[in-house]
Design a protein around this ligand. Structure first.
Ligand code: 13P
Length: 287
């Protein structure tokens, strides 16, 4: 069932768990995430970066694929199609394509401009029944060419953006996209706590879900995180399983080169990763 992310996140805040956003890259990725969410009876958010949207030949293709796949696979759990780190123009394109949710990443703008642009997009989303995520304080690391320094967000600025009426708020708390460096200082729970105190029941979003130790993830959920984004972990498990298949020479046995066989170990590995994350986030059985 394609829905906005609003209700699933409100339920997550009330139930003290988090919904996973899993970024998708192609048909196999989408199928793996949807089937796992259905098996786990978990709500799920399919994240699509602007780069991945382009790779899949446009947001309209993505939306149509997800919609038809939900029908074809008999998926009954709530699913949101969500633009990840969208530019203003990217947000408009996704609204036009029929996505059920967007993230406007205005963190690179001065706060006044971030507020103004976020406000305009909120008005459109409300009218369309879509949910919207905003960002304050850049998330560290690099994702699809979007580079952030990993600063901690200013809780007062978070309150300003939350008060505009966004449905979820991504606030930098020392989190980084991609693999965490050896000398990473960890999440700033002090910042998270201060943001939560000021924004009340606003579902907070933790980006950079790959490589954060389980105890930190659980503590973040306790402090109001209701959505956790995972991308790199699925890419790593897909690549690892595919490499093992090829290194074992399986693509050369029989018709092992058939893409349906060649891509299966990687797809199965994504399913395993998604399942583990859903168990950790506490969203299993919450659909
Ligand atoms: P990772 O790639 O670190 O899991 O981060 C994903 C993310 O935050 C998408 O916005």
């Amino acid at each position: 069932m394609l829905v906005s992310a609003k209700e699933m996140l409100e339920k997550a805040v009330a139930g003290h768990y988090a919904v996973g956003q899993f970024n998708i890259n192609n048909l196999e990725w989408t199928k793996a995430v949807l089937l796992t969410a259905e098996e786990c009876k978990s709500p799920v958010i399919l994240g699509v970066s602007e780069g991945a949207g382009k790779y899949m030949t446009g947001f309209k293709t993505v939306q149509a694929m997800v919609k038809e796949m939900i029908d074809g696979l008999g998926i009954t759990i709530p699913v949101a199609t969500h633009l990840d780190h969208g530019s203003y123009e990217g947000c408009l394109k996704c609204i036009d394509a029929g996505f059920t949710s967007i993230m406007f990443d205005g963190s690179k703008y001065p706060i006044e401009e971030n507020v103004a642009k976020t406000k305009e997009l909120i008005a459109i989303c409300k009218e369309k029944g879509m949910s919207i995520e905003a960002e304050v304080g850049a998330i560290g690391g690099e994702e699809d060419g979007v580079i952030g320094q990993g600063e901690c967000a200013d809780p007062q600025e978070c309150k300003m953006i939350a008060d505009l009426g966004v449905d979820m708020l991504a606030a930098g708390i020392g989190n980084i996209h991609g693999k965490y460096p050896e000398n990473w200082a960890g999440l700033s729970f002090e910042t998270l706590d201060a943001i939560q105190q000021l924004t009340g029941k606003m579902p907070l979003v933790l980006h950079g879900g790959t490589g954060i130790p389980d105890d930190m993830v659980k503590k973040a959920i306790d402090l109001g995180v209701a959505k956790i984004n995972v991308n790199t972990d699925c890419q790593l498990s897909f690549a690892d399983a595919t490499r093992k298949y090829i290194e074992a020479g399986k693509d050369l046995e029989g018709k092992g080169y058939d893409p349906r066989k060649l891509l299966k170990p990687g797809t199965d590995a994504i399913m395993q990763t998604v399942k583990e994350k859903m168990e950790l986030f506490g969203s299993v059985g919450k659909a």
